[in-house]
Every structure is written in structure tokens, then in C-alpha cells.
Design a protein around this ligand. Structure first.
Ligand code: UDP
Ligand code: MN
Length: 310
């Protein structure tokens, strides 16, 4: 027994290098075989799968209409059902036009009254380095007519024009959906931050554009009309917050030369990526901060006077 063990030991020792190189050879052959078969496999790599979920294939392969990039900015609070319909619909609509775009849901999470204008200012600031134009886009307004173009606007382009919008028909109306390039939005100092609650922030923005001598353009040669160009998915339960308190009524009737993009006060609580149907989007959770010495009406509950009727 002892002799046999010694023999084995001696044999192993003298043939050590031969054994080692044989083992290494076998391992190399196995690894090479694995790599080769992997390369010829049709199964998608991990990154491909992720990319496919984020952006449908036709979007990547067919290329974009131009090199411009659009940030769709959607002021948002508590409109979940509308968002479920909006996101996949608008994403597909823009893909059909080959618009290179991303959708941002500007979710107001503080306890102040809703402030559509400040949310859009924040959306612009948070996205501007990567996009050269924005769409200020209500979550409840869906473009139905394929000829409504979302291409880069050399002048502000009001898609939800008064002759097409189902509800608002006055000439100076520029709400609903407005495309504006990044330079022009910066030039007019964005939107006023004084508009807490529903209404008038878009009318004030109209005056900003006019004062800057910008030309507001609108879709023409559209064969559909006020009832079939857009779908306004605004349910009756969605009451508009038309309360006016403190001196809100007087102040918000005037052009605001004080506030805008440069002084919007906010905190970003988080960024969340999500996908709704085919649509990838980013939710930005925004906490707006109100300076009550300038706009006490961001919260009407402390107004003891009798101005709360709309
Ligand atoms: N909005 C919101 N939550 C609110 C109020 C408004 O998300 O509590 C957003 C939403 O994008 C909506 C837009 O602000 O489409 C304009 O508000 P609303 O639809 O009430 O105004 P309308 O144009 O119908 O008068
Ligand atoms: Mn609406």
C-alpha cells in the first residue's frame, strides 16, 4: 500500500506540468465553445430586451423626422385615468410623426393649490439641456387629427387653436397644447408663478409672447373642426378650482413682470421611470414652494375676508 502511494505521488509530481496544461486546454475548449454558441444564438441580449420595452422597434429603426428633440411636459396632479389614456395615445401619435420625444409627468406633490405654470417652468428647467423644444400639454386633451404637426416650432405653435379646441374659442387662447422652442421660452422668462388654482396663466403667457414680438402660429388646412379635432377627456367630476382669495383677482389680471423661470421655487423629491402600455415616461415629483408674502392665495384657507367666490 505504502509503495503504491509513493509511486502515485512520484508519478503526479513528475507529470505535474503535463496534467496542468491538459486541464487548461480542456477548460479553454469548453469556454470557447460556450462563447461561440452564445454569439450565434438568436436569443436577445439583456440590453436589447430593456431597450425594446422602453422604445418599440419601429421607433428605433425608422429614424426620426429631424434631429430636434421634444420634451412633452404634462402638468399633473390626481389625473390617473386620464394619464392611462394619454400616455400610450400621445406616444403612438408622436411615433407616427417620427418625432424624437420623451414624456415628462410634472406631478405636483405639495399641499398648495395646483399651479400649472410653475410646473411647466420646473419641467423646462429639469429637461432643457437635452431637448430643444417643449410641448406644454394638458393630460386630458388628445389630438385626433393626424395632420396636427408636432415638429420643431420656429415660432410658438399653438396646436389646440381656438378654432379647433372643443371648449375655448377666444382669439388669445393659447392653452391646452402649445409647442415652443427652448430659446423662446427662455426669452420670455417662462410662465408667471403667480397662478395658483385654475385659469389665466395661459392668457398672461400670451402677453409675454406678444411683448417679445413672437408670432403665434396655428394649424391651418385642418379639415376637422371643434368637435372632432381633439378628444377632451375631462370628466364632470373634475371640478375646476376657480376660487379667488386675498387679492388674487386683481393681481392675476395684470401682466406679471416679476416672476417666471428665473425664480420658480421648488424641490425635486424624486424621478421615477415607468411604462404605460407602450409608452415610456418619467414622473418628476415636484414640491412647489410658495412665498406667501407675494402670493398668499396659494392656500386660501387662511383668508378671513369674503372673496372666496369665483
Ligand atoms: N391638471 C391636473 N390636476 C388638476 C388640475 C389640472 O393634472 O387638479 C392639469 C391637467 O393636465 C389638465 C390641465 O392641468 O389637463 C388643465 O386643467 P383643466 O383640464 O382643469 O383645465 P381646462 O382646460 O379643462 O379648463
Ligand atoms: Mn380639461
Amino acid at each position: 500500500m505504502v509503495l503504491t502511494k509513493q509511486k502515485v505521488f512520484r508519478f503526479t509530481f513528475t507529470h505535474f506540468f503535463a496534467i496542468l496544461s491538459s486541464v487548461m486546454f480542456i477548460v479553454t475548449v469548453i469556454l470557447t465553445f460556450k462563447l461561440l454558441t452564445n454569439d450565434h444564438c438568436n436569443c436577445p441580449r439583456k440590453e436589447t430586451v430593456i431597450q425594446y420595452v422602453a422604445k418599440p422597434k419601429h421607433y428605433i429603426n425608422k429614424g426620426y423626422e429631424s434631429n430636434h428633440r421634444l420634451a412633452v411636459l404634462v402638468p399633473y396632479r390626481n389625473r390617473f385615468e386620464e394619464l392611462m389614456e394619454f400616455a400610450p395615445y400621445v406616444h403612438d401619435f408622436l411615433n407616427e410623426q417620427k418625432i424624437n420625444h420623451d414624456i415628462f409627468i410634472l406631478n405636483q406633490v405639495d399641499n398648495y393649490r395646483f399651479n400649472r405654470a410653475s410646473l411647466i417652468n420646473v419641467g423646462y428647467l429639469e429637461t432643457k439641456s437635452n431637448y430643444d423644444y417643449i410641448a406644454m400639454h394638458d393630460v386630458d386633451l388628445l389630438p385626433l387629427n393626424k395632420n396636427l404637426s408636432y415638429t420643431y416650432p420656429y415660432q410658438p405653435f399653438h396646436i389646440a387653436a381656438p378654432h379647433l379646441h372643443p371648449r375655448y374659442h377666444y382669439n388669445k387662447f393659447i392653452g391646452g397644447i402649445l409647442l415652443i422652442n427652448r430659446g423662446h421660452f427662455g426669452l420670455v422668462n417662462g410662465l408667471s408663478n403667480k397662478y395658483w388654482g385654475w385659469g389665466l396663466e395661459d392668457d398672461e403667457f400670451y402677453v409675454r409672447l406678444k411683448d417679445a414680438n413672437l408670432n403665434i402660429t396655428r394649424p391651418d388646412n385642418i379639415s376637422t373642426g371643434m368637435n372632432d379635432t381633439f378628444k377632451h377627456i375631462h370628466s364632470k367630476d373634475r371640478k375646476r378650482d376657480t376660487v379667488k382669495c386675498f387679492n388674487q383677482r386683481e393681481v392675476t389680471r395684470r401682466r406679471d413682470r416679476q416672476t417666471g423661470l428665473h425664480d420658480v421655487n421648488y424641490k425635486i423629491l424624486s424621478y421615477k421611470s415607468m411604462t404605460i402600455g407602450s409608452a415610456p415616461l418619467t414622473v418628476i415629483n415636484i414640491q412647489l414652494i410658495c412665498d406667501r408674502s407675494i402670493t398668499p392665495w396659494c392656500n386660501c384657507s387662511e383668508d378671513k375676508t369674503d372673496k372666496r367666490k369665483s
